[in-house]
Design a protein around this ligand. Structure first.
Ligand code: PLP
Length: 385
């Protein structure tokens, strides 16, 4: 598939330069089409939509498993990251005297689910960031033999810092701790290999780099914990044979399907499957390479302009997010919006997240406007006189 063909699938490219893809990815034509077909079937047939919804649900989990190098039997469908982290927390169930290690770069989704355990005598440890990143030695110092779990973002949503996940897993496991990974800003942007790295739980929504809709996501549970854990939120969809309607002795499905709850958001997973199919069609490696290439181009261009880069320089320590600070950034953000360039403005930074369908020309336009803004807003004699 050529870049022009891919861009055709993102009608937003005809309207504006969209560079906040790590927030909500714009709907791609094949995703919209798949969801529309489902809606039409539902309209025409009522419960006739269940079978095709279920087929898409299974397909979405299979495609996600392939992306993260897991077996499909280890994947659970969920509504969002928050649900997945809460489920992981309930499966781990830290006890009094144990601790949970998080960092100050996490999303609320990765911290709030653990706070309930404080009343059971569990300590929540927060590792401080240095220069927009977590240093591995700071993390290693926080983890000890009482650590029940570490809960971290593979790629943080503020500065775009990417963990060395293999090393984080090694440190956690050396202390017998479980590792819970929020991959919302990583899945579909950078390679992930849960099997090789030994990740215990990995969670992501689909509405970012997976090109899917809001309200759908995935939870990976490592095979050992699939076998060992009871369903944290038990429901009829998790049993081996729902038509038994056994109210006394539920027979849980032998795979991670046992962690399912009630009827899933079928239309969401129809869209999720279409997004994952599109990623596969472009090619996972091609998508990762392209994302890295665009982020690198942007990083260099912004460095040359002299803005403060909050994202690490090392390409292995970043993904698709580039965050910057500069004097008057709120005004720049407004000017860019007015000129049809959409980027993020939060957590004290401007955030630019190019995805595989963006072009260097779009980034050049952003750089040009940023450069012009800086020239016009620097007082005579430069900053500080
Ligand atoms: C790293 C990260 N985690 C989680 C979320 C959102 O969580 P949820 O899927 O529960 O809405 C976001 C959204 O921006 C995110 O960037």
């Amino acid at each position: 598939m050529t870049l022009a063909q891919l861009r055709e699938m993102f009608p937003i490219t005809r309207e504006k330069i969209y560079l906040f893809n790590g927030n909500i990815i714009p709907c791609a034509a094949p995703v919209r089409q798949a969801m529309t077909i489902f809606l039409e079937e539902w309209t025409r047939t009522g419960d006739g939509c269940w079978a095709s919804g279920l087929e898409a649900y299974v397909e979405a989990k299979r495609l996600f498993a392939e992306l993260i190098h897991a077996a499909p039997e280890t994947i659970v469908g969920i509504a969002n990251t928050t649900t997945g982290i809460n489920m992981a927390g309930l499966m781990i169930r830290p006890r009094s005297g144990q601790n949970i290690v998080v960092t100050e770069l996490e999303h609320m989704s990765d911290v709030y689910p653990w706070l309930r355990f404080k009343r059971d005598g569990v300590e929540i440890r927060q590792v401080a960031a240095r220069n927009g990143r977590i240093e591995m030695e700071d993390f290693a110092r926080a983890v000890d033999d009482q650590t029940a779990a570490v809960s971290i973002c593979h790629v943080t949503m503020g500065t775009g810092f990417r963990w060395d996940l293999a090393e984080a897993c090694r440190i956690a496991h050396a202390h017998g701790a479980r590792i819970v990974v929020d991959a919302a800003q990583a899945a579909g942007a950078v390679p992930i290999d849960v099997s090789r790295w030994g990740v215990d739980f990995l969670v992501t929504p689909t509405y970012k780099w997976l090109l899917g809709p809001l309200g759908a996501g995935f939870l990976y549970v490592c095979p050992e914990l699939v076998a060992a854990c009871d369903p944290p939120l038990p429901g009829w969809f998790g049993v081996a044979n729902p038509s038994d309607n056994d109210l006394r002795h539920p027979c849980w499905h032998p795979t991670a399907h046992k962690f399912e709850r009630g009827a899933p958001n079928m239309i969401g997973f129809v869209g999720a499957a279409a997004g994952l199919k599109l990623l596969r069609e472009v090619g996972h490696k091609a998508v990762f390479d392209r994302t890295a290439q665009l982020a690198g181009y942007l990083f260099e261009g912004l460095s040359e302009l002299g803005v403060t880069l909050c994202t690490p320089r090392n390409p292995a320590a970043r993904a698709g997010i580039v965050a910057i600070q500069l004097p008057g950034q709120d005004r720049l953000w407004r000017q860019l919006e007015d000129s049809g360039i959409h980027i993020g403005n939060w957590l004290g930074c401007l955030r630019i997240d190019p995805a595989c369908y963006n072009t260097e020309a779009e980034l050049e336009e952003l750089l040009k406007r940023t450069g012009k803004f800086m020239t016009n807003s620097v007082p005579m004699g430069g900053f500080g006189g």
